[in-house]
Design a protein around this ligand. Structure first.
Ligand SMILES: Nc1nc2c(ncn2[C@@H]2O[C@H](COP(=O)(O)OP(=O)(O)OP(=O)(O)O)[C@@H](O)[C@H]2O)c(=O)[nH]1
Length: 767
């Protein structure tokens, strides 16, 4: 069986077997943590369609559990390895003996244990299935890996999957059908999977569960092979030739009809070897199949599968190699962050370098020349700038003094501030009282601004704790860093708050009416009187053009006295009814004297002037605060942190007595590192296997060419022997390709026409 080409195929398939073992050993099922899907043939079909019988016939031994209900409850990854026996040609195929020195099985979960007795293999499958799934006929996706070494098998990897079932039996879970479907879909939906869809020939092909499911994931039928079992049970006069010719449901890889042992044969202990002979006789003597008997039966199926798998592997190997290299790089870099496998640096140096890295990252984030500039959001220093120039700026600008201070209030303050001597001119005291009150309102946004900047610093801290790799490894160091930095920011907040509060207090404490931008009393009065004049029809009394209006003489005063409202005009409401005369009419003022009426002209004038003064002065203060508060916060919080954080961290963390405690690794890190180490080791090994398979392909090809030349007389046969050095040469070439990380697609792939015809045999030509 191990001819030149089969030998080549063996090499190729065996690399997948090795990869499969490597990946299974690190606990990866299909698409597992190594993330590499390997080419494999998955057996799919409904219950009792004959899947186990097909597999046993391919292996040539009874080794699979039999029984009722779902027998296959976990995927069985079956690696058949063709191993040229010492007496391979003389193997007694008729003797299905328990022990045979050339054939044995090995389970991945029992390393080193060889099972020569195939019944014991069956027992172990049952035992391990029950161990993982219990006895209640539940299923589990965790595969059992079994290797069978034999001179009678072709190197092949097959995955036996639970049969598709419809109705739960016994104490099977109610959703068993769904569970099985999900598990099967996981396997067969991978493009690297070749589907062996088993259908009993004595059932309707259109209703075949296996084929239906295969079509769902492979609608073109490019990676599905049909196997028709129980051809012997078909009614007389009927056959499967139409199916085989692809006239019912066409599959690019075609169908193979087989005949397995019937239930009675199994019960009678009929050896597989004689079942295979029966199968051959059946096809050779059946009127429909005899002319094409070489394309029927288990041995043809096994050869076809071997060729298809080999072809498939060859096509996917470059991709597998690139994925292995990619994943290797990813895991290696993660491992690096967790300290890799090498010896440890001095603990003091580690803490020192983390402090340096952290503080330099902190400075960079604040200063804004970080490398990972985000395109769609502000970060670091830019966010602080946003707080200053958008949030704080707008917060201050929207404070309107007159949303709190109404005209009536100003009037009250005006009266109150002039005390018992009624003011002759507009009262500056009232202006100061009100403007100081309003300035105090700026404290809120200033404090809020400090808090927002503090929040931004905490946010940067969070980002850095996630970014600096060492923190993943040393959670205690991370915690301490967090605590020290948060505390540092909190400490820095005290003088910052004090400073901005003082700034507000400074503004409120001294009103600088000589500020060059301040409107001043005279100008304010002029503006207001202009405004009022413009709004009122001119009367002789307040017509500025009428000289009388600006001259106070006795007459005028008399006239005014007659029309006069009280000085506290709008506070004092004269009682209706006849005016009481003289002293007798005086009563004690009421306990609360509140304004009653609308403002009179004079009050309006004064209120407007005060308002204008407040407006002008408050704007000056607002502008100054908008300018100064960010500077203050920068001084005592942001810049201060940038400059002093490193010193603080060194002081708090770089102490010999705490270093060991800080550098304690978490269980997760220890576990993950172990996991990564195994993964990297496995992927390294996998890469080696792939490389060596390339070497083998090249070497075999060279030898084949030489044999060809020798047979054509173009190359003396003795020189072929001299060609032995070509092996190291080709190995060297591949080693160089490996070292220089030649892209896998640049490595040669070979297409042998012979393999091609065998695997993609044209159905119409045969049938
Ligand atoms: N006559 C005959 N019987 C067959 C053939 N193939 C399978 N059988 C019988 O069909 C029954 C089911 O075969 P299995 O190989 O156990 O089927 P399976 O698909 O593995 O079944 P589950 O693992 O339970 O899903 C057994 O009794 C076999 O003997 C065949 O080609 N001819």
């Amino acid at each position: 069986m191990a001819s030149g080409t089969a030998g080549l195929g063996t090499e190729i398939v065996s690399v997948i077997n090795k990869l499969q073992d490597v990946f299974t050993s690190i606990g990866s099922g299909p698409g597992g943590q190594a993330g590499i899907d390997l080419p494999q043939i998955c057996v799919l079909g409904s219950q009792s369609s004959g899947k186990s019988s097909v597999l046993e016939n391919i292996v040539g031994r009874d080794f699979l559990p039999r029984g009722t209900g779902i027998v296959t409850r976990r995927p069985l990854v079956l690696q058949l390895i063709n191993r040229a026996a010492q007496a391979a040609n003389g193997v007694d195929k008729t003797a299905d003996k328990a022990a045979n020195a050339d054939e044995w099985g090995e389970f991945l979960h029992l390393p080193g244990e060889k099972f020569y007795d195939f019944h014991k293999i069956r027992d172990e499958i049952v035992r391990d299935t029950e161990a993982k799934t219990g006895k209640n006929a539940g299923i589990s996706p965790q595969p059992i890996n079994l290797r069978i070494y034999s001179p009678n098998v072709l190197t092949l990897t097959l995955v036996d999957l639970p049969g598709l079932t419809k109705v739960p039996v016994g104490d099977q879970p109610r959703d068993i059908e769904k569970q099985i479907r999900e598990m099967l879909t996981k396997y067969i939906s991978k493009p690297a999977c070749i589907i062996l869809a088993v259908t009993a020939a004595n059932t309707d092909l259109a209703n075949s569960d296996g084929l239906k499911m295969a079509r769902e994931v492979d609608p073109e039928g490019t990676r599905t092979i049909g196997v028709l079992t129980k051809v012997d049970l078909m009614d007389k006069g009927t056959d499967v030739v139409d199916i085989l010719a692809g006239r019912i449901i066409p599959l690019r890889l075609g169908y193979v009809p087989v005949v397995n042992r019937g239930q009675r044969d199994i019960e009678n202990g009929k050896p597989i070897s004689s079942a295979l002979e029966n199968e051959r006789d059946f096809f050779e003597n059946h009127p429909s199949y005899r002319s094409k008997a070489t394309f029927c039966g288990t041995p043809f199926l096994a050869r076809k599968l071997n060729m298809i798998l080999m072809h498939h592997i060859r096509a996917t190997l470059p991709d597998i190699k690139s994925r292995i290299s990619k994943n290797l790089a990813t895991y290696q870099s993660e491992l690096q962050t967790l300290g890799g496998g090498m010896g440890e640096a001095n603990s003091g140096n580690i803490v020192l370098s983390v402090i340096t890295e952290f503080t330099s990252e902190f400075r960079t984030t604040i200063d804004g020349n970080t490398n990972d500039l985000s395109l769609n959001e502000l970060s670091g220093g830019a966010r602080i700038s946003f707080v200053f120039h958008e949030l704080f700026n707008n917060g201050v600008k929207t404070i309107d003094p007159f949303d709190q201070v109404k005209d009536g209030d100003i009037r009250t303050i005006l009266y109150n501030s002039s005390g018992s001597t009624p003011a002759l001119f507009v009262g500056t005291a009232a202006f100061e009282v009100i403007v100081k009150q309003q300035i105090k309102r700026l404290e809120d946004p200033a404090i809020k601004c400090c808090q927002l900047v503090y929040d931004e610093l905490i946010r940067i801290l969070g980002q850095l704790l996630a970014k600096v790799q060492a923190f993943r490894r040393y959670p205690a160091l991370r915690e301490r860093f967090n605590a020290v930095v948060v505390n540092f920011f909190k400490q820095a907040m005290n003088p910052t708050l004090k400073l901005v509060q003082d700034m507000v207090a400074m503004q409120a404490c001294y009103v600088n009416t000589t500020h060059p931008d301040f409107i001043g009393g005279h100008k304010a009065t002029a503006i207001v009187s202009d405004r009022l004049t413009a709004n009122k029809p001119p009367t002789p009394a307040n017509d500025p053009k009428n000289p009388r209006s600006s001259i106070n003489n006795n007459k005028d005063l008399d006239v005014d006295a007659k029309q006069e409202q009280s000085f506290f005009g709008s506070f004092f409401t004269p009682k209706t009814g006849p005016k009481k005369q003289g002293v007798a009419a005086m009563e004690a003022p009421p306990p609360n004297i509140r304004p009653q009426n609308a403002l009179n002209d004079r009050e309006t004038m004064e209120t407007e002037v005060i308002k204008l003064l407040i407006h002008s002065y408050f704007n000056i203060v607002k502008r100054e605060m908008i300018d100064m508060v960010p500077k203050a916060i920068s001084l005592t919080l942001v810049s201060f942190s940038k400059e002093n954080l490193q010193r603080e961290l060194l002081q708090e963390l770089y102490k010999p007595e705490v270093l060991d405690e800080l550098l304690k690794e978490s269980d997760f890190v220890v576990g993950r590192r172990k996991e990564l180490q195994t993964m990297v080791q496995a992927l390294n090994k996998a890469e080696e296997y792939v490389i060596s398979s390339y070497v083998a392909v090249i070497y075999n090809l060279l030898l084949t060419c030489l044999s060809l030349f020798a047979s054509l007389g173009l190359w003396p046969a003795y020189k072929q022997r001299l060609f032995a050095p070509a092996l190291p040469l080709s190995r060297l070439l591949l080693f160089l390709a490996h070292c220089t990380r030649t892209p896998p697609h640049a490595l040669p792939t070979f297409h042998s026409p012979a393999l091609h015809t065998l695997s993609h045999i044209s159905l119409s030509q045969v049938w």
